[in-house]
Design a protein around this ligand. Structure first.
Ligand code: ARG
Length: 461
């Protein structure tokens, strides 16, 4: 196959080397941003007089028609191509002839590929944020209707203090909110234009990089041409953000897996998002949640792979950098589909609220409140903790719930207990008492939800 760089070579490239070095199967998806970048470059070359108006025009209209034909499937890529950049140039040459050869003036594939990757990732980040936001909306809306749905709040996976399903769901809202904020920060650093850096040292043509940046929607231009062609920090940064999104989803997935076991029985996943067994007829498995949990590992591998690929790489462009896109696209695809699947699975889940409420009965998750009661009567907390610990031990021996004790029984442990002691022990009262900002009481969670809705843009009522 003809090369963009054949002139100085006396021999053909070995076919095995071509197969080893091609990136088309990975970078083909950059075709649209590649054309967009080339149109902006050609327009700018026309404006500064490096191309005649006719040449610029012919290149731009050629690229536009090529874009339509690729989109409609009329034109297919040659799988032998070295990469998408050379393939687009070849297709343009087929279309408009020799004028296509002027497009690459003052440009290298090094700044071109960095530009394409940034454009593609910018749109990927926007799509991911949009999906995360949809999931957040679901969390907020669902939380709103479960402010009073009691649920065991756990530490160490042991019942700790009762919370509401609303409070539990909202915890995930905040994880995802931080994810979106991180992605927004990452987007700023992604959104800088490398084009105009050429191979590594800039160019002797008087380019108008700001014009290109503006046309392509970049917030600024990369200030150092060597850094611009070899920087992949923005890829690593995105991979970090994606790994955190996946880590959060893996925790959510793990809880859905646990909650859908008969031992928990807190949730019934819909048939449409679960799978069966080839041997056990009774099975309904949470495979979607398990794959989300498992694919977190993939994204961490992508992040690690990108970091190791970059480690100790000398300036400026090295072919190693071509490997960035495999990591990037895998993580982006995985995060996008995982957020969508988490949303689908949750939106069709049936929460077993009666099971949740029952799980809180007699589970001693009100013991802190009995200690707090003694503190309000003047006892130091450490002593109150000790006293209530003995009450719990007594209950366990008698096989009775804390809230079922009589005042007389309580008074054997401390004379500070009075008839009102039992009122603080009902799970609703225990949860309702936690009105501190960020706490589990319905009023506090309502406040939290109001703030969350504001962050979502207020259009979620
Ligand atoms: N396919 C290459 C990549 O993705 C394009 C840049 C090639 N540049 C070079 N000097 N070989 O990185």
């Amino acid at each position: 196959m003809d090369k963009l760089w054949g002139g100085r070579f006396e021999k053909q490239t070995d076919e095995a080397v071509e197969a080893f070095t091609t990136s088309l199967s990975v970078d083909a998806r950059l075709w649209e941003v590649d054309i967009r970048g080339s149109i902006a470059h050609a327009r700018m070359l026309g404006k500064i007089g490096v191309l005649t108006p006719e040449e610029a025009d012919s290149i731009i209209t050629g690229l536009q028609s090529l874009r339509e034909d690729i989109a409609s499937g009329k034109v297919a890529f040659d799988s032998q191509a070295e990469d998408i950049h050379s393939e687009i140039e070849r297709l343009l040459t087929e279309r408009i002839g020799a004028a296509a050869g002027r497009l690459h003036t003052a440009r290298s594939r090094n700044d071109q590929v960095a530009t394409d990757t940034r454009l593609y990732l910018r749109e990927g980040i926007d799509a991911l944020c949009e999906r995360i936001q949809q999931l957040q909306k679901w969390l907020v809306d669902t939380a709103q209707s479960h402010l009073h749905t009691l649920l065991p709040g756990c530490t160490h996976l042991q019942h700790a203090q009762p919370v509401s399903l609303a409070h539990h769901l909202m915890a995930y809202f905040w994880m995802l909110q931080r994810d979106r904020e991180r992605l927004a920060g990452c987007r700023k650093r992604v959104n800088q234009l490398p084009l105009g850096s050429a191979a590594l040292a800039g160019t002797s043509f008087a380019l108008d990089r700001e014009m290109v940046a503006q046309e392509l929607g970049f917030e600024g231009v990369c200030e150092n041409s060597m850094d611009a062609v070899s920087d992949r920090d923005f890829v690593v940064e995105f991979l970090c953000c994606a790994a955190l999104v996946m880590m959060h989803l893996s925790r959510l997935a793990e809880e859905l897996i646990l909650w859908s076991t008969p031992e928990f029985g807190f949730v019934e996943l819909d048939d449409s998002v679960t799978t069966g067994s080839s041997i056990m007829p009774q099975k309904k498995n949470p495979d979607v949640a398990e794959l989300i949990r498992g694919r977190m590992g993939r994204v961490v591998a992508d992040l690690t792979g990108a970091l190791v690929m970059l480690k100790a790489l000398p300036l400026s462009y090295n072919r190693d950098l071509q490997e960035d896109k495999g990591f990037l696209f895998d993580a982006l695809d995985t995060a996008l589909s995982s957020v969508a699947m988490a949303h689908l699975m949750l939106s069709r889940a049936q929460f077993r609220v009666e099971r949740m409420r029952q799980a809180v009965q007699g589970d001693f998750s009100n013991a802190t409140d009995l200690a707090d009661y003694l503190v309000r009567k003047g006892m130091p907390f450490r002593q109150a903790h000790e006293v209530v610990g003995r009450v719990v031990l007594y209950c366990l021996r008698q096989g009775v719930a804390l809230e079922r004790l009589s005042v007389e029984e309580l008074r054997q442990f401390s004379h500070l207990f009075e008839s009102d002691a039992l009122q603080v022990l009902q799970p609703e009262a225990v949860m309702g008492a936690r009105r501190s900002r960020g706490g589990a009481a319905p009023e506090a969670v309502s406040q939290q939800i109001a703030i969350a809705r504001e962050l979502l843009g207020g259009d979620t009522h």
